[in-house]
Write a protein that binds this ligand. Structure first.
Ligand code: NI
Length: 167
């Protein structure tokens, strides 16, 4: 396993469509393991292969049990409801935006050996499914928001919200 470098949003690899995975071999397993290690190191909620410069349809999403889901050739097959909240991306460091996403999302994917499975997520996990899957088509969350906030601005907003709730 090895840590890979996470590309930031001026890199062309983040704006390209990724090819499906057709070989479920050792190379894929190495990529998945590296993505997981890189994601853990970055303390993120999800990571897509193009974020480390590999244009293949592979993403990792952290679920509500803190498990890292390995999703190969994932497709969003159902969504329900709506949520609005702050979102960020390891490829857009220090920037945050308010993005609308479905409250629930269901994904069909293959595992590292090619077996199909389905998985459902709610709240942050549904948000993360949508965010990571978009990376595979070259899209970033910044396309869904008019305004980006710095980490300091986000902290201030969240603190103000908290104080409002306490009052
Ligand atoms: Ni991202």
């Amino acid at each position: 396993m090895a840590l890979r470098t996470i590309l930031t949003d001026n890199d062309p690899a983040l704006h390209k469509s990724c090819r499906p995975v057709t070989r479920f071999d050792g190379r894929l397993h190495d990529l998945i393991d590296d993505l997981k290690e890189t994601l853990a190191q970055a303390n993120g909620a999800g990571l897509a292969a193009p974020q480390v410069g590999i244009l293949r349809r592979v993403v990792i999403v952290v679920d509500d049990q803190e498990n890292m889901l390995e999703l190969v050739n994932p497709e969003l097959i159902a969504q329900e409801g709506e949520q609005e909240g702050f979102e960020g991306c390891l490829s857009v460091p220090g920037r945050w935006g308010v993005v609308k996403r479905p409250q629930k999302a269901r994904v069909r994917a293959q595992d590292r050996n090619g077996a199909f499975f389905e998985v459902e997520g709610e709240g942050i996990v549904a948000r993360c499914f949508c965010h990571e899957l978009e990376h595979l088509d070259g899209h970033l969350f910044t396309e869904h928001t008019d305004r980006l906030y710095t980490s300091e601005e986000l902290d201030e907003l969240l603190q103000a919200q908290e104080e409002e709730e306490e009052a």
